[in-house]
Design a protein. Structure first.
Length: 348
């Protein structure tokens, strides 16, 4: 008679439920700080409830967005610098919502790893909570998936899901016309797109992540992890002031691909590349990688993270309002007959 096989446990298979519970306890205070009108329940249930009437909407249209952080995660993993990658995750979602005219209401995250390390995961989720708080949206739920064998040791992946709302009739883009002015809002660096190319350029340079940054202060890895700028509150303020016809979040595809997404058929954009200075990080990437100007403009934000398409007679007032809200504003061009984006001048 064969001996009975020794019983297995989930922990022996590589999944630590206690660690997951410890993470939830650790992040509850951070999530609680994001609470806003409309939140009915948060972490802990099988789902989270949100009351649109309590949030101030009487005839709401819901808007949803989902995104990730891409291979920027690899730099965070390689350097062990986890505190701001969650801000990137939120920004990539909520900056898209405002382009539809929506106010971000709540956010959920998905964090997947081979072996859950509570301290690292908590720092990531606390960054997510910080991004939510700065955007006025609540972190009301998420999923932590520990999947042994799916990820290399230390690796993880992130995805985010944001839901916003607007009252019916406030959808954007709307009313874009020839002669509208393009107001570009300055970026805080590379944001969260183009990092596969960034990593190739760094590899070519021979520099390590802990080397001195060749384009700014501190170490190279930390400099490249500068978080994506959150444009939500200044952009919504401008929309509510009147005269904003469209917004374009400048992500993968750069100005070349993203601006035409908010322009109606028959209209294009004329952009003066001399209207702003190329930030040092992009000058370094272009020089070290031998990047052509067209490649730079189609891969990166090139220093402009959000574009507002505004009525010409409102451009000066809106630029002043956005500047007062802390944005760096450049009048970069205009809407004109045609299609796509036409550039004049040179990035410098």
């Amino acid at each position: 008679m064969s001996e009975p096989k020794q019983g297995l446990t989930y922990a022996e298979a590589g999944v630590d439920i206690d660690a997951g519970n410890a993470l939830v306890d650790r992040i509850k205070p951070a999530a609680a700080r994001t609470k806003r009108p409309g939140v009915m329940s948060g972490l802990g249930g099988f789902g989270a409830l949100f009351d649109l009437k309590a949030a101030g909407y009487d005839d709401p249209i819901l808007v949803a967005a989902t995104d990730g952080v891409g291979t920027k995660l690899k730099i965070a993993i390689d350097t062990g610098l986890y505190d701001t990658i969650g801000v990137d995750l939120v920004a990539m979602c909520v900056n898209d919502l405002v382009c539809q005219g929506a106010e971000p209401l709540f956010f959920l995250d998905y964090f997947a790893t081979g072996k859950l390390e509570v301290e690292a995961a908590a720092r990531i989720v606390e960054g997510i909570a910080a991004g939510c708080a700065a955007s006025g949206c609540a972190l009301i739920g998420g999923e932590t998936a520990e999947m042994p064998g799916m990820y290399a040791p230390g690796d993880f992946d992130l995805a985010g899901f944001a839901v916003g709302a607007m009252n019916r009739g406030a959808e954007l883009p709307a009313g874009v016309a020839e002669g509208d002015v393009l107001l570009g809002l300055g970026s805080d660096g590379v944001h969260s797109n183009g990092y596969s190319l960034v990593r190739r350029v760094v590899e070519r340079s021979g520099l390590g992540w802990d080397a001195a940054s060749p384009f700014g202060e501190g170490a190279l890895g930390a400099a490249l992890l500068a978080p994506t700028r959150l444009y939500v509150k200044p952009a919504l303020g401008a929309v509510r002031s009147g005269g904003v016809h469209a917004l374009a979040h400048i992500t993968g595809g750069g100005l070349t691909e993203n601006l035409p997404r908010v322009l109606p058929e028959g209209l294009g954009a004329e952009i003066d590349l001399g209207a702003w200075s190329l930030p040092p990080v992009f000058r370094w990437l272009a020089a070290e990688g031998g990047l052509a100007q067209a490649e730079l403009l189609k891969t990166f934000n090139a220093g402009i993270g959000m574009v507002l398409v505004v009525a010409e007679d409102r451009a000066e007032a809106l630029a002043a309002e956005l500047t007062g809200a802390g944005e760096t504003v450049h009048r970069i061009g205009r809407v004109a007959p045609g299609a796509g984006v036409r550039y004049s001048g040179t990035l410098a």
